[in-house]
Design a protein around this ligand. Sequence first.
Ligand code: NAD
Length: 351
Amino acid sequence: MIFENLEDYGCEEVAFFYDKGSGLKAIIAIHDTTLGPAWGGTRLWSYHNEEEALIDALRLAKGMSRKASISGLDVGGGKAVIMAKPEQKTEALLRAHGRFVETFKGRFLTGEDVGIGVEDAMIMHKETDYVAGISKEVGDPSPFTAHGVVCGIKACAKDVYGSSNLSGLTVAIQGVGHVGYNLAKELHKEGAGLIVTDMREELTRRVSQEFGAKVVTLEEIYSVDCDIFAPCALGAIINDETIAKLKCKIVAGAANNQLKENRHGKMLYEKGIRYAPDYVINAGGLIAIYMESKHSTAEEGMKKVEEIEEKIWRIISVSKEHNEPTYEIANRLADERIRNKRREQETSKKA
Ligand code: NAD
């Protein structure tokens, strides 16, 4: 089962780690290191079983390779997942995970993701240098990710409504955690109306109080009247069931692996809904951390993040020109860069 999955996802390596003392059960997947060492956050989630955790790590790692590639960064893709409930997140567990990351000696660099915040990353950092997203300059990458999503939404709005002005448009945000909250904040400033949902009531209450967002149930978010649906929670939420409910014209949000299967990207396309490929629009945090590693300031990082608007615009244009769904265009562009680099490396090895 494991090698079959590695083959299916084209993953270079997968490692499992168990720490007796803390009870840590973690998986690190290295998808591709052609462009550079593998970068990818650590997700802590209460998975139903090991297979679910493995598949999540492999899918997310592949997405990271494509994200780095299409963003023009010289890094590869990887991901770590920890199988645990939030209450099992102890200092001992996070430090054990830091030691796991350290065994890769820089071939894998990690940071925040769902269930892992800046404080957690700082604890991992006690055991390894290969942790990003904890510095004073960039710190928590989620505001950069949210800003990139706003830029991507503007490109979609320009295409659908003829203007990138978001004032008067309604955005439905699924999940108002780190990225979703910052996204709501920016969209509110831009004059957009907000509809939100989250499993955590205190988070929706905050967004409602601060930005006047209307709060709906977890199920209602798919069928609300809105212009843009912004998934900012977990993946696979664009599927047969939810596509039938969507009333929006644009799907553009931060969540990784939004399409349950590729064919769902095609279904969105056929329904006339613009889809901003997830790993293109949510690359802001990765771009900011990469820029920081090249000694750029947070401001320069933000400028680079803003290139996402042009990237999404270009993908939509090619999609319309070739009559192909946007996710296919993005995959082609991302995979092509990795393939070309690999060819170059093989040729120089032979020479
Ligand atoms: P987070 O854990 O801070 O927020 C996620 C929120 O979604 C939580 O508040 C959670 O309660 C909520 N949620 C979970 N399941 C839900 C459901 N079924 N319906 C509604 N709400 C639900 O995580 P985050 O850092 O904000 O990341 C959000 C998404 O964006 C993830 O898919 C992550 O992989 C992706 N992403 C994050 C970053 C980043 O910079 N943090 C970068 C790229 C991609």
